[in-house]
Design a protein around this ligand. Structure first.
Ligand code: GLN
Length: 456
């Protein structure tokens, strides 16, 4: 009840949620009854979770931030949601997001603008801005987001919370509204590394409904979270950390760079050796990402034709039904991406754009492999700046895209990455959080969680 009250008090200012469940108390009472009757409880019993609105929930709307899915209620739960519920979690509501995950500020939602709890005049980041703001404002304990090019990690950094992007395939995408299927993953937000890790444990694993989900065993992530009092003075002795040189160069806010350098010294105090490494293909990742993500989205979004889901207009002929449903149901950023993607995939331009972007993807993957052969983890900022003002980049998509430079390469390579608060920058309105990104080898989330837990 106290949590719900806090949500009610903060929500008019922050607007993290597109929908709040009306039976949270009933579900909480059910948990109380289980406790009273000594029934077995799951590892997330009574934990209040926010779920990004592009993740399907059968008892709540799932709009993906788009008018074209207004009033859409999926007839099923996404696998990740079903698994959480089985562990006893209570879904408190659906969180705001940029339409179909396309954006970096949550201003691209067709419904409302979410504010950053640290400074209400700033963006929470995006596209999972609602999920990050909700945890930051303690409206829920943990939340689910999705990360195609940084949508869990950048908002975690802007809102001063922990964000975990699992390895591609670690979590089933069944029930996640597809944006760019070769890059999309469901990720976790928490106010500590342990919270995010425990949530990942609940949702990870193979799923017969998603052929790209991995059959690898899911380690017991919780065993990493040993009490810090029992650690010796150099608990990370021998760990090789590579600081990615291209991420601390020109174009990155000086205070962000100092925070990352401070974090690197802290890792050294904990016993790590930190050296600078170069990822030569780093700057190619951004244009390659936008070509591939737009191309895949142009194919994925063709299903919103006004017939199968959501909004349908009355029209006397099929083509105008398609046209008018899409014209009114999709926002301008989404339309632009569909056009860019269709262009990149079209016969005359395929070799020049899509194919080359795929080649860059291979280069990116190889440069990460080389860097991770020499290092246990890589570190970088999670974003080139702290949270900026609402409206500042809204009409300048290229500068917004440029802000994704720290995160998109990781999706191209399918690697796991953890973002956690590591410092602050000064702003006219006070301190704003800065996040460090720790990148690991595929399926080694365990190592990231251990390092993150000891670091924080
Ligand atoms: N900002 C990036 C984009 O707009 C990443 C979004 C995401 O990860 N969903 O594509």
């Amino acid at each position: 009840a106290a949590s719900l009250q806090r949500l009610r008090r903060t929500e008019p200012h922050i607007k993290s949620f597109l929908y709040v469940s009306d039976d949270v108390l009933k579900k909480a009472e059910e948990i109380d009854r289980k406790i009273a009757e000594n029934e077995e409880l799951g590892p997330l019993a009574g934990v209040l979770v926010g779920v990004k609105d592009n993740i399907c929930t059968f008892d709540m709307p799932s709009t993906a931030g788009s008018k074209i899915l207004e009033n859409y209620r999926p007839p099923f739960d996404a696998t990740a949601v079903g698994k959480m519920k089985k562990c006893g979690a209570i879904v408190i509501g659906k969180t705001n997001m940029d339409e179909f995950g396309m954006g970096s500020t949550t201003e691209g939602s067709a419904y409302q603008v979410t504010a950053n709890p640290w400074d209400l005049s700033r963006v929470p980041g995006g596209s999972s801005g609602g999920s990050a703001a909700a945890v930051s404002a303690r409206q829920c304990m943990v939340s689910l987001g999705s990360d195609t090019g940084g949508s869990v990690r950048q908002p975690a950094s802007f809102c001063g919370v922990v964000g975990l992007k699992p390895t591609y395939g670690r979590v089933s995408r069944y029930g996640l509204v597809a944006y760019a299927s070769s890059l999309d993953v469901i990720g976790c937000f928490g106010s500590s590394v342990a919270d995010a890790g425990i949530l990942l444990h609940a949702i990870a694993g193979h799923d017969k409904f998603d052929a790209t989900s991995s059959k690898r065993e899911v380690p017991d992530f919780a065993s990493q979270f040993i009490a810090r009092d029992n650690l010796d003075s150099k608990p990370l002795k021998g760990l090789r950390v590579g600081l990615i040189r291209e991420t601390i160069e020109d174009g990155v806010d000086q205070e962000v760079i100092s925070s990352i350098r401070g974090a690197a010294s802290h890792l050294e105090e904990l016993g790590c050796t930190v050296t600078e490494v170069s990822l030569p293909s780093f700057s190619l990742g951004l244009p390659a990402y936008y070509i591939l993500a737009s191309s895949e989205s142009s194919s994925n979004l063709s299903r919103y034709d006004g017939v199968r889901y959501g909004k349908q207009v009355v029209a006397d002929e099929l083509n105008s039904l398609y046209g008018e449903s899409r014209a009114g149901g999709l926002g301008s950023e989404v339309k632009m991406r569909i056009l860019m993607g269709t262009y990149a995939l079209s016969a005359g331009y395929y070799d020049a754009y899509y194919k080359r972007a795929q080649q860059v993807r291979t280069l990116v993957r190889e440069s990460f492999r080389a860097a991770l052969d020499e290092n246990d983890i890589l570190i970088s900022p999670a974003a080139p700046s702290a949270a900026y003002k609402i409206g500042e980049k809204k009409n300048d998509p290229l500068s917004m895209y440029a802000g994704d430079i720290m995160t998109v390469n990781v999706n191209l390579a399918g690697l796991p990455a953890l973002v956690l608060p590591c410092g602050f920058v000064d702003s006219s309105s006070g301190a704003l959080p800065v996040g460090i990104q720790m990148i690991g080898t595929a399926f080694e989330e365990e190592k990231l969680l251990k390092v993150g837990h000891i670091f924080e």
